[in-house]
Design a protein around this ligand. Structure first.
Ligand code: ADP
Ligand code: MG
Length: 607
């Protein structure tokens, strides 16, 4: 007997469903994307119990024709493409025609839908990919999809789902990303009877960011914009004083589709390397609008990645755009007494929904919206209106006027009207700016490091690194492999002011070091640089160069006492001359600022 069997249609569907419907969040994503594709202006998402039991997505889009409904739940049924060439013109989120068939293979689906032209709507119940029952009902134009009991018929998958809070977090993440990416649609998210957010359809990205991510976020962003023949890049990136402990708040969209692109992430994060501390991540909400024929959206099962056919061109545009924006917008780190810095997960509600408002919303929702009888009775949906019923004014932000100064001008304006108060813990210079009413603290070490770093960099660029010949050259014993390695990098080392020669099979002679530092423990210093280089053998010349410079500078300052001898005033004057006086080469702040206002708040003189 043949051992190969043809699988039945339902088994095939369940297997296929596994690819795109991984968890409740996948259902939410597919349904909201369908609503967006249907041209909705208002979308409401409601979930219960992490979406495991109940997901509802309602839109006011074009709706289903009765004859299309049956087809829509079959595999590979789509209204969005007809032939493979159409993939090059994709502007919709969906195109594979898999989502509805997959969802209905593993959950119980109820649809309510009406098109503009039809007299009444339809209500249908779909199970195991088939329409179980269908009848005409009265309902407004648009579609409501209700997905109940996900994986009820695939117990293994159901058991693999995580806790309610984890599944909820996945859904939150998807919805924040969808809402941020679609400013032309009003999106409301209700979770276990609570309004988590709602956005308006005013096409205003910064207001959307404010509403979804909060004031602290939107206040610390720099607007960016780059136009070219084939694509535009625009959006917001964080300044040097604002960062996070993870990548959660990095939002990147290609033609409004949220995607991940490692190359782009790397380019952006590299730009922040010496601006923000190590292990911290920039935040951004960036969009690329591009002619669809320049991208391939069909390379990932859930379309979370796209391939650019002109990646190089995009990389260099991005690089230029970021350099320009960041250099023009460097700021002193402000001390934040509210300690909002580690807002790293969504459990926290956005600022707009303060307690009172949520309670208000809850009452209204209970009345009008989360009433179970309403949900189950399509007739009542006549009253339903997707516009926010929470009658609160949406917050709109005024667009910031970003300072347009060349980087050379800016430092001169820094620390202008200051009085030196003294030095704290032999490390921190305390300053008062009585005009701006600020209290400033400079970290001598960090500031000195920055000054040295820029000086070194400049000397290197101009090929003028002055070398100090060691009176007694140092013989350094190394492994054969290390000697080879030094030889391989000897050019780089030489350009940086390290004069090294081979000395037998297992040692080298260090004859000179950059004069900038006048380092007495040259050997120790050199070994550290070597170790660092070895650890990162793959890196490009530029990255190695940066690394060496940074180590060199951090080694340049040997003790608190020594740095104290540097005249404070001279340090400040030098700091004013550098390109980026605000952070040390490792991205830590050199200056922090506390406003008089904040101090008074701490003493409860003002509230
Ligand atoms: P795809 O989005 O890839 O086309 P789906 O299985 O998600 O595949 O949807 C199948 C079809 O059902 C879509 O092409 C669309 O015509 C229709 N459809 C799905 N959701 C909606 C909706 N909310 N409103 C109107 N039509 C919809
Ligand atoms: Mg779809």
């Amino acid at each position: 007997m043949s051992k190969i069997k043809l699988l039945d249609e339902l088994t095939i569907q369940k297997i296929a469903a596994g690819e795109i419907i991984e968890r409740p969040a996948s259902v939410v994503k597919e349904l909201v994307e369908n609503s967006l594709d249907a041209g909705a202006s208002n979308i409401v998402i409601e979930i219960m119990n992490g979406g495991k039991d109940y997901i509802r997505v309602t839109d006011d889009g074009e709706g289903f024709l009765e004859e299309d409904l049956e087809l829509a739940f079959k595999r590979h049924s789509t209204s969005k493409i007809e032939k493979v060439d159409d993939l090059l013109k994709i502007v919709s989120f969906g195109f594979r025609g898999e989502a509805l068939s997959s969802i209905s293979a593993v959950a119980k689906v109820e649809v309510l839908s009406k098109t503009d032209g039809s007299l009444s709507g339809i209500q249908a119940f779909v199970e195991e990919g088939r329409i179980k029952s269908k009848k005409p009902v009265g309902c407004p134009k648009g579609t409501t999809m209700i997905v109940r009991d996900l994986f009820y018929n695939v117990p293994v998958r159901r058991n693999f789902l995580k806790s309610k809070s984890s599944e909820t977090a996945y859904i939150d993440d998807i919805l924040y990303r969808l809402a941020l990416g679609n400013t032309n649609v009003a999106i409301k998210y209700i979770r276990d009877n609570k309004v988590i957010f709602y956005t308006s359809k005013n096409n205003d990205l910064i207001s959307n960011i404010y509403n979804l991510l909060g004031r602290d976020f939107s206040n610390n962003l720099i607007e960016v914009d780059f136009k070219s023949k084939n694509f535009n890049i625009y959006g917001y990136i964080s300044n040097n004083t604002f960062y996070r402990g993870n990548r959660k708040h990095q939002y990147f969209y290609v033609n409004n589709r949220h995607v991940k692109n490692e190359i782009i992430t790397n380019i952006i994060e590299n730009k922040y390397k010496s601006l923000i501390p190590i292990n911290k991540f920039p935040v951004y909400v960036l969009f690329i609008d591009i002619d669809p024929s320049f991208i391939d959206v069909n390379i990932h099962p859930t379309k979370q990645e796209v391939k650019f056919l002109n990646q190089e061109e995009i990389n260099s545009a991005l690089d230029q755009m970021l350099s320009k924006a960041l250099n023009k917008n460097l700021y002193i780190q402000k001390v934040n007494f509210d300690n909002e810095d580690e807002r790293s997960n969504y459990e926290e509600l956005p600022l707009l929904f303060e307690k009172a408002e949520i309670n208000d919303a809850k009452v209204e929702i209970k009345d009008k919206y989360s009433d179970k009888s309403f949900i189950n009775s399509p007739i009542k949906t006549k009253q339903y209106n997707t516009e926010p019923y929470v009658k609160k004014e949406m917050h709109t932000m005024e667009k910031k006027n970003f300072i347009d100064e060349s980087p050379e001008d800016k430092p001169k304006k820094l620390l202008e009207n200051i009085r030196i108060i003294g030095v704290l813990f032999s490390t921190y210079i305390l300053l008062e700016d009585s005009i701006k009413e600020n209290f400033l603290i400079i970290d001598q070490h960090a500031a000195h490091e920055r000054i040295m770093y820029e000086k070194y960099k400049k000397e290197f660029k101009e090929e003028k690194v002055a070398i100090q010949n060691l009176l007694v050259p140092e013989i350094i014993d190394l492994s054969t492999w290390e000697v080879e390695f030094v030889k391989m990098n000897s050019n780089l080392l030489k350009n940086l002011g390290f004069i090294v020669e081979e000395f037998g099979q297992n040692s080298i002679i260090l004859r000179g070091v950059p004069i900038l530092f006048g380092v007495p423990q040259a050997k120790f210093f050199f070994l550290e640089i070597l170790d660092e280089l070895k650890a990162d053998i793959q890196s490009s010349y530029d990255i190695k160069l940066e690394k060496i410079m940074k180590i060199a500078c951090s080694k340049a300052i040997k003790s608190g006492d020594k740095i104290n001898n540097i005249e404070i005033e001279s340090l400040i004057n030098q700091l004013k001359m550098v390109e980026n006086p605000y952070t040390c080469p490792h991205g830590r702040p050199t200056i922090i600022e506390i406003s008089k206002n904040d101090i008074e708040k701490q003493f409860k003189r003002i509230v």
